[in-house]
Design a protein around this ligand. Structure first.
Ligand code: NAD
Length: 415
């Protein structure tokens, strides 16, 4: 039987927790569909003078708890179903972490590695021109995701501001600090994930100091995860990978040197102090902590039997298919679910919105203190419920998040 995609996996998790929460069938049905979605084509003049049209999406999954929020992905494999799934995850993430926001996600079907800087800028501006009416600081606030970054957010903020006739910092988050970006936004997802791992290691009997770690993905989240894991949490990062392949050294990789190597060669491949491995081999290493930090559905029924990690921390969104998740749960491997573990990004994005509203910038200490507090609280809520009702951490996280969304829908009179 073919493996289900991310959105189908999420619908299965909703079914499971709807049963536990005794939700009415019509409420469950409402939670399983996006409230609004936009499909646009973006015609753009390429550097060679020819016009090319790019397909793009924005899905506003559920705004019961507030304006919707979620990143924009540039990737050739973007599909509307993947964006629906990612938008649903943003809804649960904001609800679990107690943010007054709903969930959304966007994407452009493109290969940014084949676009010049000028083409990337025109495409990013075209996205905002096409969707100007439906985004805004109090409607829907985009942010970076796979292959989008602070520069792209700066262009988007500028394009929105030009059309609106006023500088509007609050329309996107993840901006550079010189344009209203928050301190720590770049490290927030990874740093936050480590706060959750630290607590979970205490509960699941793993000694974090010296723990071996493998990380799939060496972009914004993966590279910051490697750096923080080594420098702030005393772990031994033994393997990392990117789209081209991976590198392994059981004595620990020198992450700062690896970052320079990546900057120079645009890959972690062929790093001198390690041996080359494939992405598949990385996922199957017998490490203490495995951190998928690239794309969804990388652990499926095809490779789940070969997974040997003692704990999996999902920094990526949806890296484990729902079937593989069942198998890992049966094997008793603790999984720190995505929307608990990688909530640091949207939490600091929310702080960025608060700072933009007040035209005031917090210092790094304040951002870190508030970030840590929120993540530890969310972990505590999830772990306590899981213990109390004999649930997996994912089931507990879904139960809390869905309950929070349903309560808002009920109070607003939608159900
Ligand atoms: P990024 O574009 O900065 O990095 C993506 C990384 O994945 C790159 O190293 C790339 O080489 C690698 N990659 C791409 N295709 C791959 C493949 N087929 N196999 C292995 N590696 C591959 O993106 P990011 O912002 O670091 O996002 C990574 C994950 O984290 C995504 O799932 C994203 O949704 C999630 N996430 C990101 C944030 C954020 O703040 N950026 C917040 C929460 C969750």
């Amino acid at each position: 039987m073919p493996e289900v995609n991310l959105f189908e996996s999420i619908k299965r998790y909703i079914c499971k927790c709807a049963f536990g929460l005794s939700l009415a069938t019509n409420v469950e049905a409402l939670l399983k569909m996006p409230m609004r979605e936009y499909h646009v084509s973006l015609p753009m003049k390429m550097d060679n003078g020819k016009i090319q049209a790019f397909q793009a999406f924005r899905v506003q999954y559920n705004d019961a708890r507030g304006p919707t929020k979620g990143g924009i992905r540039y990737h050739p494999d973007v599909t509307i179903d993947a964006i629906r799934g990612l938008a649903a995850l943003m809804t649960w993430k904001c609800a679990l972490h107690g943010l007054p926001l709903g969930g959304a996600k966007g994407g452009i079907v493109c290969n940014p590695k084949e676009l010049s800087a000028g083409e990337l800028e025109r495409l990013s501006r075209a996205y905002i021109q096409a969707l100007f009416q439906i985004i805004g600081p109090d409607k829907d606030i985009p942010a970076p995701d796979v292959y989008t970054n602070p520069q792209i957010m700066a262009w988007m903020m500028d394009e929105y501001s030009k059309i609106a006739g006023k500088t509007t910092f609050g329309v996107v988050t993840g901006k550079p600090p010189a344009l209203g970006g928050s301190p720590l936004r770049q490290d927030a997802t990874a740093r936050g994930g480590w706060y959750v791992i630290e607590k979970a290691c205490q509960d699941f009997g793993i000694n974090l100091k010296g723990a071996t770690v493998a990380i799939q993905g060496f972009g914004n989240v993966g590279s910051e995860a490697a750096l923080a894991g080594q420098q702030l949490f005393g772990c031994t990062v033994v393997a990392v990978s990117d789209s081209k392949g991976g590198i392994l050294n059981w004595n620990g990789l020198d992450i700062l040197r690896l970052l320079s190597h990546k900057r120079e060669t645009s890959s972690v491949e062929n790093f001198s102090s390690g041996r080359s491995i494939t992405n598949q081999e990385l996922l199957e290493l017998g490490v203490d902590i495995l951190i998928p930090a690239a794309l969804e559905n990388v652990i499926t029924m095809e490779n789940v039997g070969s997974i040997k990690a003692r704990m999996i921390a999902e920094f990526a969104n949806g890296p484990i298919s729902s079937d593989a998740d069942d198998t890992l749960q049966q094997r008793g491997i603790p999984i720190l679910p995505d929307f608990l573990c990688n909530g640091g990004g949207v939490i600091v994005s929310y702080f960025e919105m608060v700072q933009n509203m007040n035209l005031y910038q917090w210092d790094e200490e304040k951002v870190e203190e508030h970030l840590k507090k929120k993540l530890i609280q969310a972990y505590h809520n999830v772990y306590s419920l899981a213990q109390k009702n004999t649930l997996s951490l994912r089931q507990a996280a879904y139960t809390i998040a869905v309950q929070n969304v349903v309560e808002a829908m009920r109070l607003r009179g939608w159900i």
